[in-house]
Design a protein around this ligand. Structure first.
Ligand SMILES: Cc1cc2nc3c(=O)[nH]c(=O)nc-3n(C[C@H](O)[C@H](O)[C@H](O)COP(=O)(O)OP(=O)(O)OC[C@H]3O[C@@H](n4cnc5c(N)ncnc54)[C@H](O)[C@@H]3O)c2cc1C
Length: 484
């Protein structure tokens, strides 16, 4: 270990950012004393996959990020089920809920977000649950057993995934959404309408422009919700997906600058204290607080590099959203609400069939896109958006796979090596090819080497396609080296 590296590091928060930081650090350095506090008692898990757990696609036991024995084997002091309640920057200690003080040279805050619970009457009744943690997910599944109807409050990504999962479990589900259309942060109004129709066809009723005023309960158990127009919707289960708020109380109390998140610079350091860092959903970089896993993991990688002598800088992330709901294909990125008067907009809509496609181009660069119903060009659009590469002159090929010979089709052979295949883990096709050449032969091999497919899982088909294609190449070009 280099003299300049911190001797003892404390990480507060063992979610997706904190746990990734710890594993990235251990991969680089075996000696640094690392203590990680996790308020949740569970081993770290892939929160993104909770929607799949709720939908019954994935078992709760299959979403772990770390083997139970990993901490002991890697000499990491993991305090699970231990909340940090105070930071003393002067004496460089954190205090956990049991009153114990733990010293640090360097402190990393990775405390994520908490669900927003509107201050409305009745929301403390039994049967009203926010959707954030594995425990929440288990509660929702328990309550769904034997329930007939559910109301989901919030028609954003999380609410719609929860609603689809509950409908798949046989519940009558209504989503109530305050804004004028669904997923208004990612979609324009027309796309929101197409999505509303699609999810309606899958058995989820949605009410937009609907304001919740409270929940009704009998004997402490929820029976329904009320809207401001007097409507009462009966419900045995109410899921709150009304947004998230970065957990910044500790940082604020310790005198660190907090806006929406803990304000950090390009080295992910608090702007007040070079020995305190923040990553993931609790951090605010250049005015942005990210709510997706790819930026959190990118920040974890960069911070691990910085804490072990590297000179990386975080320059911000581009966000691509994909809905994980059976029967709905949806990808969105960038500025999607712009109209023809503000940018070059190419659009195709077939609402009856649930298809909506839109690309927004400025100065020959893709600055936004929506694909609903059919997402075969999502990979191509993600690559163009990610790399701010010039878009082909024939725009139609951006909307329809293989329509234009001028557009690089999304077949494995034509994906450039530099293109990002797994956005969550920033894995390029070139890295997957390198894995293949080192002996990897299936998705599990590639995941073990690169972590591709282990985030939201949306790139799994593409990785499989690349491996299949490389397999066909093997006849003429065998792997260069044995498996490492
Ligand atoms: C159901 C669901 C589906 C999602 N789907 C997607 C998706 O498809 N794609 C995507 O990119 N993102 C998705 N997300 C968002 C993604 O999960 C988050 O962006 C990611 O988890 C952020 O990581 P984080 O480490 O910052 O926060 P978290 O993963 O929330 O981890 C923070 C941890 O810190 C702990 N903590 C907080 N305060 C303390 C304290 N004082 N002491 C000790 N521990 C503390 C918390 O208990 C928590 O375990 C989804 C989220 C949910 C809930």
């Amino acid at each position: 270990m280099n003299e300049k590296w911190p001797k003892s590091l404390v990480v507060v928060g063992n979610g997706m950012a904190g746990s990734r930081l710890v594993s990235e650090l251990r991969a680089r350095d075996r000696e640094m004393r690392i203590t990680v506090f996790g308020a949740e008692a569970a081993q770290p898990y892939n929160r993104v996959l909770l929607s799949n757990v709720l939908a019954g696609i994935t078992a709760p036991g299959d979403i772990g990020l770390t083997d139970p024995g990993w901490y002991a084997a890697n000499d990491v002091d993991a305090r699970l089920g231990a909340e940090v309640v105070a930071i003393d920057r002067e004496h460089r200690t954190v205090t956990s809920a049991d009153g114990r003080a733990t010293p640090y040279d360097t402190l990393v805050l990775a405390t994520g977000s908490a669900p927003v619970v509107p201050p409305l009457p009745g929301l403390d009744a039994e049967g009203v649950v926010a959707f954030r943690t594995l425990d929440d997910c288990r509660s929702i599944m328990d309550l769904a057993d034997g329930a007939e109807s559910a109301v989901v409050v919030g028609g954003g990504l999380l609410g719609l995934e929860a609603a689809r999962g509950l409908a798949g479990r046989g519940l009558r589900v209504t989503v109530i959404h305050l804004a004028g259309h669904l997923m208004e942060r990612q979609l324009d109004a027309e796309a929101g309408g197409v999505l509303q129709r699609t999810i309606g066809d899958l058995g989820v009723r949605t009410l937009v422009g609907a304001r919740l005023t409270g929940a009704r309960a009998e004997n402490g158990r929820v029976t329904g919700v009320e809207l401001d127009d007097g409507t009462v919707l009966p419900a045995d289960l109410v899921v709150l997906a009304c947004g998230i708020r970065p957990q910044t109380g500790l940082a604020r109390a310790a005198g660190l600058t907090v806006d929406r998140g803990v304000v950090v610079d390009d080295r992910l350091r608090s702007v007040d204290d070079p020995d305190v860092h923040a990553i993931g959903e609790c951090a605010q970089h250049q005015g942005t607080v990210y709510g997706l896993v790819a930026p959190a993991w990118e920040q974890a990688r960069i911070l691990a590099d910085l804490l072990t002598g590297g000179d990386s800088r975080y320059e911000g992330s581009r966000q691509v959203t994909r809905l994980k709901a059976a029967g709905i294909e949806l990808a969105a990125m960038g500025e999607t609400a712009l109209g023809d008067d503000e940018a070059e907009v190419v659009r195709f809509a077939d609402p009856t069939r649930g298809t909506y496609k839109k690309v927004v181009i400025r100065d020959d660069r893709l600055i936004g896109a929506i694909l609903i119903g059919e997402t075969t060009t999502a990979g191509l659009l993600t690559q163009l958006y990610d790399r701010a590469a010039p878009v082909p002159s024939d725009r139609l090929g951006l909307l329809f796979h293989g329509l234009s010979p001028a557009t690089p089709a999304e077949t494995p052979v034509r994906i450039p090596d530099a293109a990002t295949v797994c956005a969550c883990n920033n894995v390029s096709k070139g890295r997957i090819r390198a894995c293949w050449e080192a002996g990897a032969r299936d998705v599990a091999d590639v995941a073990a080497e690169t972590r591709a497919t282990t985030g939201c899982g949306g790139c799994r088909d593409t990785v499989e396609g690349i491996l299949e294609w490389l397999g066909t190449q093997e006849v003429t070009s065998p792997p260069r080296s044995g498996r490492t």
